[in-house]
Design a protein around this ligand. Sequence first.
Ligand code: GLN
Length: 484
Amino acid sequence: MIRELHNKLISGEITSVKLTEEYFARIEEKDKDIFAYLTLTKDLALEQARKVDAKIARGEKIELLEGIPGAIKDNLCISGVRTTAASKILDNYIAPYDATVIERLKEVGAVFLGKTNLDEFAMGSSTENSAYGVTKNPLDLTRVSGGSSGGSAAAIAAGEAVWALGTDTGGSIREPASFCGVVGLKPTYGRVSRHGAIAMASSLDQIGPITKSVEDAAIVLSVIAGQDKLDATSAHSSGKDYTKYLTGEVQGLRVGIVAEYIDGLDEKEKKSILEVIETYKKLGAEIVEIDLPHSKYSLATYYIIQPCEVSSNLARYDGIRYGLNVDDKKNSGVKEDGMSKKLLETYLDSRQYGFGKEVKRRIMLGTYALSSGYYDAYYLKAQKVRTLIKRDFEKAFEKVDLILAPTAPTPAFRIGEKTEDPLKMYLADMFSITANIVGVPAISVPGPEVEVDGKKLPFGFQLMAKWFDEENMLRAAHAYEISK
Ligand code: GLN
């Protein structure tokens, strides 16, 4: 889709301004029902688009993504633009700088339509934890779009953006991509700089693309990947042109499957994933059964490590340095008696009113698990189990090039279905979390749809690859996509 639009731009069939306006018109028409966007950046977008059109008019060469409108998850900073992470505590926060991914996208002339909805601070699997409202699934408005990057995935599915960025700490790019029938890619930990992403769980967070096709994901990844001196965990690797690896060829590629990942599925979902396996066989890949004996502990490990990192990362929201301050009547909407408050009360009140229920739950869990006396029993133990899970993957990758699994256990669930029971919500990530725990890249691709209540819904499968082997992952994902 990006390449097609690029060709239209250079042939003069469309202009970037026209294209951008078309997308804003679609947002105007559809987003009342879907609510993918929290903030639109129309002036910025049109200014970016005009620059590209002028360049084309001068006969200059343009990049593939140049002049193509996209959407940015609202936990990524764009200088001068409101950035809320879907939290009341950042309701009035205007980012003073660009995230590295934004800087790179600006360098290639990409156009930003706006900021998309998410679960507050990216904690959740449905966008129901957003302080501003739920993003509905464009394919069925009674269902969730997934989360936490639900706004970005819904924007792509509804044709409200050509490409989008999400973040993925435990599945937040891939699960919404699966629910909305689009492609979502979580790069290897360290492949993409996290500088300017609002930190949630820093040893797990990664930024990546959500797009209509695998090629589009490869195009966006090529722009945002690469080392960055502003993120000490970004790997010593330069970005490359990932589209080069989309050969359509998977002959001889060894694809691992894990019995427990498939046997536990309900019949319809199982059928979908078995069909994907058949397709890979037909395409010439070798299917190999593998064991990941410790991966059943991934969810438990995640729900110790993630809250611990959350409790320290979110300590900075104290009502003084960022966003909401309940003493500041203009921003808080909280009734005040006019008395000046003591500092501690300001901290406590700002956090009390600024954070939602799920965020508070994670902060409490993390603070508890890190407290002296419990640190060894929980945090340290979880880190040890993390190493065991990682070793399983190292062993598995001696035998296979890729691991194939469902992205999520079910297609999109109904709005409200899991909100009363946090554990049920957490289980939506049972297959996606492991890739974050071990740091490998993973992509969700739409597989055969699954019928629920007489309606066909998208259901994605996921390919995980060795650390820094986005090439083979994209190659295999693309080969499946073009075989359909
Ligand atoms: N759903 C998971 C959580 O709530 C993962 C979220 C994410 O990947 N950002 O923590």
